[in-house]
Write a protein that binds this ligand. Structure first.
Ligand code: ARG
Length: 257
């Protein structure tokens, strides 16, 4: 009897060792291997792609990233930081990826990998509802606000406008409503979302300044993860999940994109 008990105890110990053994031990056991979390940087100041709802980071990009992580069988770990820091963080490999309505520009492509495009956007102009600025050419000689480190800022610099750059698009809009600038240039869907919060005081002009495509940014040379993410993206396109996410956030989306 004693022998049986002792054997049982040994068996139990062995079991609990397997059950409790974390990390490395688990990869050797029959238990399913635990993949490392997929780390993502974003700048949750960009509704409806990423924004804060209380403490929670939500938005179309967040749902896309979650769906990708699910396909890759990895947990998603999101860090909310300044937009330029999110870009640099992905480029240097501090984070596996940055998902933040990032335009895949040729300039950025020199320093980082990009996934396939998943959304088409443009730069748009927000003005006060009673502004004399009606079309893009009216911007001549005006002061314009934008978000730091963005393609909107780059457009304004390239065209030699007088600009005021802010950490967030919301601050750029406040500069407009408080009379410090004459217009805001920011991505079209975000322009609409931010302008909609002003109760009719501002409007978005019906004119696109650029044509841009959003993609996920990764470390330069991380071709393996880039390919995995592209695989997941095409799965999400084919299944209609991507279209579903954009519809939820009322983002116009053409399946052919
Ligand atoms: N599409 C623009 C860019 O790539 C703006 C992106 C800003 N995104 C953000 N989450 N704040 O520069």
């Amino acid at each position: 009897m004693k022998k049986v008990l002792a054997l049982l105890l040994i068996a139990l110990c062995g079991l609990s060792l397997v059950a409790c053994g974390g990390g490395e031990a688990e990869t050797d056991s029959a238990a399913e291997p635990k993949a490392e979390a997929l780390t993502m940087a974003t700048n949750a100041e960009f509704p409806p792609f990423e924004y804060l709802e209380g403490e929670e980071i939500v938005g179309a990009d967040i749902e896309i990233a979650q769906a990708i992580a699910e396909i890759l069988g990895r947990e998603l770990e999101i860090t909310n930081i300044d937009f330029d820091a999110a870009l640099t963080g992905a480029a240097t490999g501090k984070y596996d990826m940055a998902v933040a309505g990032i335009t895949a520009t040729d300039e950025r492509k020199q320093n980082m990998n990009f996934s396939d495009d998943y959304y088409t956007a443009s730069q748009a102009i927000i003005v006060m509802a009673d502004s004399d600025i009606k079309v893009a050419t009216d911007l001549e000689g005006k002061t314009i606000s934008c978000q730091e480190g963005t393609t909107g800022e780059q457009y304004l610099l390239d065209n030699e406008y007088e600009i005021q750059s802010f950490k967030t698009g919301a601050e750029a809009v406040t500069a407009l409503t408080s009379g410090k600038v004459d217009a805001v240039v920011i991505d079209n869907a975000v322009a609409k979302a931010l302008s909609d919060k002003q109760n009719g005081a501002t409007v978005v002009l019906d004119e696109a300044l650029t044509k841009e495509a959003y993609a996920i940014a990764l470390q330069k040379g991380d071709d393996e993860l880039t390919a995995e993410i592209n695989g997941a993206l095409s799965e999400l396109k084919a299944s209609g999940k991507l279209a579903e996410i954009f519809a939820k956030y009322e983002l116009p989306y053409d399946d052919a994109e």
